[in-house]
Design a protein around this ligand. Structure first.
Ligand code: NAD
Ligand code: 44H
Length: 487
């Protein structure tokens, strides 16, 4: 499929730069921008490998979005992504950010992509860049050695000591924003669209943290000029499969290498300033609010928290997808218990939690969306801290035991233990620490299951791991569920 074969004429100019060209960006921000129809084009960069950009560029950025409802598929051609590039192409990124036409930078780089210190939430001071992270340290060293403006016209530029380009999203943005500053192109808005609390603060911490380690003047300029917009983003979008590609080809007649399959539901709630303008996303259903936090909590706790519970408890009970796990009465009961606990702390009337829960039951049960538990279970050490433990803390503060909110954590521990034991790789930035923690409880070490529970909890939340009552409660849940696990 190309623009010519698809009958697509004039394409809009680039006004949005996106980092993290994955399925979700194409199902969500690109879809909203397309629906708005006011002529904003997107230049999207991959995160870690050029493949997705090469595939999309070969189709002139065009792809099919499949809205997969319980009763059928609806196909739509998306034209809003007008350029697709390898994320390592700093020259193109710098050129686009140096243009005053570019007004917005969106991000879907995963929670792990922000490279934040895992104990950030302990001191209450907000998110903080992990300067000791090897990728961050490598980028900082490269940028110091070569200079931020060292991107040459042939695309060569600041390279890490091992010869690879700047690799973190924040490092790349720092290079691009230096070019923008030098060109006098003015302010812009950074709009993170990843599932983490206060994602505006996370993006700010990553970007300013990196800039401060490299060039204090540039950091001051970013602080004064760049706006960080908080978002709550929602649209269940599983990884595209070969079967999806075949069904799209059969339905549309186009051999699309990178279609995206998503649910009909979509939500985008935003709070913050757009100093250089933005598409009228509200015309496509986005909602702009002053206070994002209640909406963000509702989504992260009820949807993503339940997803994590389903991912670990579901896999332990032999299920592969969300719909399958939810059809298991034991798992569904644990989800309802978790939601009951969370709902007690989601009291703003505009949240309408009963309706939100009813919609979630229906969305999760969509039998035609095969959302794999293994994909959702990735990076659990980061996700649980934001999606389950805040509910536990709120319950404890209210004088209750909060056990229902510890179940996702207990299930994660059992799933991690099962994976390590079976030699199944763990996709998590703390995989090595998880491995070591699982070993804590092995026979012959003289340590107990409780020691293992404490060691695993320390990977997720070091402060809670020092609380004996919490460790005992998680250990009790693990012991209780082992008797019901079907292998
Ligand atoms: N898929 C969904 O249902 C959904 C819904 C809401 C929000 N999100 C958010 O979007 C993110 C991406 O989801 P997706 O479905 O597009 O996944 P995906 O695997 O299709 O794409 C992930 C993208 O992030 C990039 N990336 C991965 N790790 C990175 C890193 N460490 N640094 C920089 N970039 C990195 C990848 O290269 C890729 O471009 C999620 O992690 C989540 O925060 C996803
Ligand atoms: O995308 P993640 O990895 O942050 O979380 C996995 C899922 O819970 C998530 O993708 C949801 O499907 C999504 O947040 C729905 O809007």
């Amino acid at each position: 499929m190309t623009a010519a074969t698809a009958g697509v004429g004039h394409r809009p100019p680039v006004r949005i730069v996106h980092l993290g060209l994955g399925a979700f960006h194409r199902a969500h921000q690109a879809w909203y921008t397309e629906r708005t129809g006011d002529g904003w084009g997107i230049a999207a960069f991959t995160g870690r490998s050029p493949e997705a950009a090469e595939q999309l560029a070969a189709q002139d950025g065009l792809y099919t979005l499949v809205e997969r409802a319980a009763d059928g598929d609806r196909h739509q051609l998306i034209t809003a992504v007008v350029e697709a590039h390898d994320g390592a192409d700093l020259q193109t990124l710098s050129g686009l950010l140096a243009s005053p036409d570019t007004a917005v930078v969106t991000l879907t780089i995963t929670e792990a992509g922000y490279r934040l210190a895992s104990d950030s939430h302990d001191d209450g001071a907000g998110p903080r860049l992990d300067g000791a992270d090897p990728l961050v340290a490598g980028d900082v060293a490269a940028l110091r050695a070569h200079g931020i403006g060292g991107v040459t016209t042939d695309g060569a530029g600041p390279e890490n000591v091992d010869g690879t380009r700047v690799r973190t999203a924040a490092g790349r943005l720092v290079v691009g924003l230096a070019a923008r500053r030098a060109a006098g192109a003015g302010p812009l808005a950074v709009v993170p669209c990843d599932n983490l609390p206060a994602n505006d603060a996370a993006a700010r911490a990553a970007l300013l943290g990196t800039a401060r380690l490299v060039d204090a003047e540039l950091a001051d300029w970013i602080e004064a000029t760049v706006s960080f917009v908080g978002t709550s983003i929602d649209r269940i979008t599983p990884r595209t499969t070969d079967a999806d590609r075949s069904s799209v080809a059969a339905a549309t007649g186009f051999a699309d290498a990178v279609p995206v399959v998503t649910e009909p539901f979509s939500s985008w709630i935003l709070a913050g300033d757009f100093p250089a303008g933005r598409p009228a996303w509200e015309h496509a259903g986005a909602v702009f609010v002053r206070d994002l936090e209640p909406f963000e909590r509702r989504k992260l706790w009820l949807l993503n928290g339940a997803h994590s519970l389903l991912a670990y408890a579901g896999q332990l009970r032999g299920h592969a997808t969300v719909a399958e796990a939810l059809a298991d009465p034991a798992v569904a009961g644990w989800v309802e218990d978790f939601w009951n606990a969370a709902e007690r702390h989601l009291t703003a009337p505009e949240l309408d939690v009963p309706a939100y829960r009813a919609a979630l039951r229906e969305r999760f049960a969509n039998p035609r969306i095969a959302h794999h538990l293994a994909q959702i279970g990735n990076d659990g050490s980061l996700k649980l801290a934001a999606r389950a433990l805040p509910v536990y803390r709120a319950e404890r503060d209210a004088g209750r035991d909060g056990a229902a909110a510890l179940r996702p954590v207990a299930a994660w521990m059992d799933q991690m233990t099962a994976q390590v034991t079976a030699g199944i790789p763990i996709a998590d930035p703390s995989a090595d620490r998880i491995d070591t923690a699982v070993d804590t409880g092995r026979s012959g070490t003289g340590q107990t299951d409780t020691d293992q529970t404490a060691a695993l909890l320390a990977v997720v939340d070091p402060a809670l791991a020092r609380d004996e009552q919490t460790v005992a409660a998680v250990a009790a849940l693990r012991a209780g569920s082992r008797t019901t696990v079907r292998r």
